[in-house]
Design a protein around this ligand. Sequence first.
Ligand code: NAP
Length: 533
Amino acid sequence: MAKKRVAIIGGGSSGLCSIKCCLDEGLDPTCFESSEDIGGLWRFKENPEEGRASIYRSVIINTSKEMMCFSDFPIPDDFPNYMHNSKIMDYFRMYAKHFDLLKYIRFRTKVCSVKRRPDFSSTGQWDVVTETGGKEESSVFDAILVCTGHHTNAHLPLNSFPGIEKFKGRYFHSRDYKSPAEFAGKRVIVIGIGNSGGDLAVEISRSAQQVFLSTRRGAWILNRVGEGGYPADVVLSTRFNMLRKKCATMSMLNHWLESRLNARFNHSHYGLKPKHRVFSQHPTVNDELPNCIISGKVLVKPNICEFTETAVVFEDGSKEDDIDFVVFATGYSFSFPFLGNSVRVIENQTALYKFVFPPHLEQPTLAIIGLVQPLGAIMPISELQARWAARVFKGLAKIPSISGMMSDITRTSAAMAKRYVKSQRHTIQVDYIEYMDELACLVGVKPSVWPLFLSDPKLAWELLFGPCTPYQYRLEGPGKWDGARKAILAQHNRILKPLRTRPVDNSSSNTFVPLWIKLVGLVALLAAIFAYF
Ligand code: NAP
């Protein structure tokens, strides 16, 4: 039988792993990439390009390498834990080369439309119209993976800022920011305290005369550098912590994390304390912002109520004059215009089963990959979504009935709305381990941690108390990778390798699991085994 043809739209991180997942399942992928290269958002361009994501020159990712890698291709041990965008590109190129993915990509080819064929209800097939060098082409595909990301369309809410049309300085969205050169000696307002707002305020403040960071509700600020100097996501994203979370109420968890964050710097004193709790907002990760605030380079201000020709008036009545630049770090909106009515999006809300499958199609042959905003890394999530979608396309995994999917979607949206403050940036939130495990169950690759305590206690210990790295989802089931165990047991060394660039006395403990956690874990483990038998 001929292999099923899958069109993959976009050659960024989600597109690359989707090609690989299709190949692993014996599908025939063709990836359409509108630019001349891979990497999507992570490929820095000197100038922003219409219809494509755009990053600034200095951007460093805020998820660490062990947590963000693809599950069967660890990031080299000498790469830094938090990588600059150029290093991320190096990794993507290595991945593409290793698995020989480039030959499946048609560069400089834009997807214009993806439409169900007249016999869709029986075949599940799609007509895909593409354009290369001004020439249109139409092809039939058995399935579609949409990997176009969700950081392309700038959300520029000018209507919320009265007087902006009178303002004589320059204003622009953060996607158009590239480097701080032109801000030297200037007075700059950054609006929004997501990760873009935080990063830009810090970078611009190094040369500007003054930066004002305006936020309508404040934020809790997390660090990249966690306990003991380990990457924070490595310390926090463990199965043991997930189990502890299950035993606590949301209020207890909020209290625990807020106390830790306030112990570093009091968020009230720094004008940052929001009304909402820490787990109610997508985290802003910034190790330098408190330093900029304490040295007066960044002044935190409330929301703006009005612009004049040269000034800004804030909601507390304060006014700052002689403003040269305003950067709207106000986030993004997403849409899929080439899909027509197959997937509708209203204010960043869309109904997708497990954030992947549109529920109302007669055949499950369309999947959206990477349309989540995780508390954790997105790349391994995209990869696991693609592994699942490829198996669904192949007929090896089933999705529920429309009503089953709709009730799951309703439950998920209600839980999100209950937990997060209302904002169009909080419509696709997922927790890393919980969501990965959910997908893993659908693929049949969730690691069986408890039985491993009998057969391979060393590995089981690392699975429970170590970071929940993506290799965990390659230990068993479809797509099992023989290198997974070794990758898990060596992850600690890969984390430390790029840090140990000068020989020092290494007599202290070299583990990132504190002793007290191990002891509590041991007691919990014994209790669990006791209960089990
Ligand atoms: P974002 O997370 O959506 O944050 C947007 C900010 O703008 C929020 O503070 C939001 O406030 C505010 N805002 C939106 N509309 C507003 C309005 N009308 N008036 C006042 N404030 C408004 O956008 P982002 O910071 O660009 O981040 C986008 C994604 O990229 C995120 O996933 C982020 O983690 C990621 N990112 C990562 C890095 C990195 O890895 N280093 C750097 C930058 C971005 P509310 O909360 O009140 O809505």
